[in-house]
Design a protein around this ligand. Structure first.
Ligand SMILES: CC(C)(COP(=O)(O)OP(=O)(O)OC[C@H]1O[C@@H](n2cnc3c(N)ncnc32)[C@H](O)[C@@H]1OP(=O)(O)O)[C@@H](O)C(=O)NCCC(=O)NCCS
Length: 168
């Protein structure tokens, strides 16, 4: 059984749609920008999010008890998926919801015939790295000075996960 399926089962999610993903819409941008600016030192601009919606990336909202609590942006093409952004509202972090969100995204990417999923993460982002590694992601590279940082530039770790053979 896939690692992420284990975590979904442990969370006991399933029957009620109190927590679900739906496609991200332009009308969500106010929530996206508020969360993005709170959670990142170097947030994406509104124009970047508008471009993501325009080019029809795989854009998702996470809804809990009818509240918008997070979003994710993926590109999926020719059997590969790339997580470009995944972010939760601060007040909902640390409760297993990021793990659930990621698990759903992996299922969705697999459903769209992605065999492998990639992402970049700041090497100082311990929370995200812990999450990815415990979901089975492996480090496959390092991009030098990839991100802006207060004291110059910061490296990105490139992680990937094979999803083709995992059960959904
Ligand atoms: C990264 C993020 C999506 C994780 O979501 P989350 O809901 O906070 O994470 P979860 O509660 O599901 O925890 C998942 C795992 O992350 C790690 N983690 C969570 N909080 C942590 C903390 N304070 N310190 C260290 N590791 C932590 C743990 O490995 C945890 O698993 P465990 O609870 O089984 O130990 C969320 O924190 C976030 O939106 N951060 C800001 C945006 C960001 O950095 N996105 C990633 C860009 S690559």
């Amino acid at each position: 059984m896939a690692i992420w399926q284990d975590f979904k089962d442990k969370l006991g999610l399933g029957e009620k749609p109190a927590l679900f993903l739906r496609p991200l819409k332009e009308r969500d941008l106010q929530h996206v920008l508020r969360i993005e600016r709170e959670m990142y030192d170097y947030p994406w601009s509104e124009d970047i999010f508008r471009d993501c919606l325009r080019v029809a990336y795989s854009n998702w909202a996470l809804i809990k008890d009818e509240q918008f609590i997070g979003y994710a942006i993926l590109s999926i093409a020719v059997g590969e998926a790339h997580i470009l952004n995944i972010c939760l509202d601060k007040q909902y972090t640390g409760q297993g919801l990021g793990r659930h969100f990621l698990a759903e995204l992996l299922d969705m990417a697999k459903g769209k015939e992605a065999a492998r999923i990639f992402l970049e993460v700041r090497q100082s982002n311990t929370v995200a790295i812990n999450l990815y590694q415990t979901m089975g992601f492996k480090k496959i590279g390092q991009r030098k000075k990839y991100y802006q940082a207060a004291d110059g530039r910061e490296d990105a770790m490139v992680l990937s996960l094979e999803i083709a053979d995992a059960e959904r």
